[in-house]
Design a protein around this ligand. Structure first.
Ligand SMILES: Nc1ncnc2c1ncn2[C@@H]1O[C@H](COP(=O)(O)OP(=O)(O)OP(=O)(O)O)[C@@H](O)[C@H]1O
Ligand SMILES: O=C(O)C1=C[C@@H](O)[C@@H](O)[C@H](O)C1
Length: 152
């Protein structure tokens, strides 16, 4: 998306890691999820204040009202939907997701999606299906649909 739009790309997880000099599992270990969420909220507030960037947030950012408000006010919001089945496949070999270190990651993903899906939809200007669609196709779909959105 960012390449197509010739805009800088920021990922809030990566920015938190750069700023703290620690990776996300380490932050969860030392400060707990609450510590990570506070860092995430501060980073999202900062990044939402930037003009002309494509921002990817961590999947849990939407749980805080302050983040939802900052994202909605900061620009267009695109919800990249993926089914639980796809999420299981995409995260299976990812060791960097502390919330998925559970006995049943599929159930965890299902429970998280049930909580989060309505919140993603609450702030999304666009909901885009990503199951069985390569990133390139998802990007073209988003670009086309962004152009057709009425001004806010
Ligand atoms: N449309 C897609 N089709 C197939 N695989 C995909 C697609 N989009 C992303 N993936 C893969 O899914 C995995 C997770 O994607 P990514 O790291 O971008 O997640 P994320 O959106 O940053 O997650 P989070 O929001 O929780 O940080 C990666 O291996 C990525 O290549
Ligand atoms: O879904 C989540 O809650 C998370 C997703 C990742 O992007 C990281 O922000 C962190 O692992 C938490």
């Amino acid at each position: 998306m960012a390449k197509e739009l010739r805009l800088p790309f920021k990922d809030s997880d990566k920015e938190i890691e750069l700023r703290t000099g620690a990776n996300i599992p380490w932050i969860f270990d030392k400060e707990g999820e609450l510590g990570f969420r506070d860092r995430e909220q501060a980073m999202i507030a900062e990044l939402c204040g930037c003009d002309g960037v494509v921002l990817a947030t961590g999947g849990g950012a939407v749980m805080r009202d302050e983040n939802r408000r900052a994202l909605h006010a900061g620009g267009r919001v695109v919800y990249l939907h993926a089914s639980v089945e796809q999420q299981v496949g995409r995260t299976a070999r990812d060791r960097n997701r502390p919330l998925l270190r559970t006995a049943n990651p599929e159930k965890t993903l299902r429970d998280l999606l049930a909580l989060r899906d309505p919140l993603y939809r609450e702030i999304a200007d666009l909901v885009v299906e990503t199951d069985e669609r390569p990133p390139r196709m998802v990007v073209l779909d988003i670009l086309e649909r962004l152009q057709r959105l009425p001004p806010r």
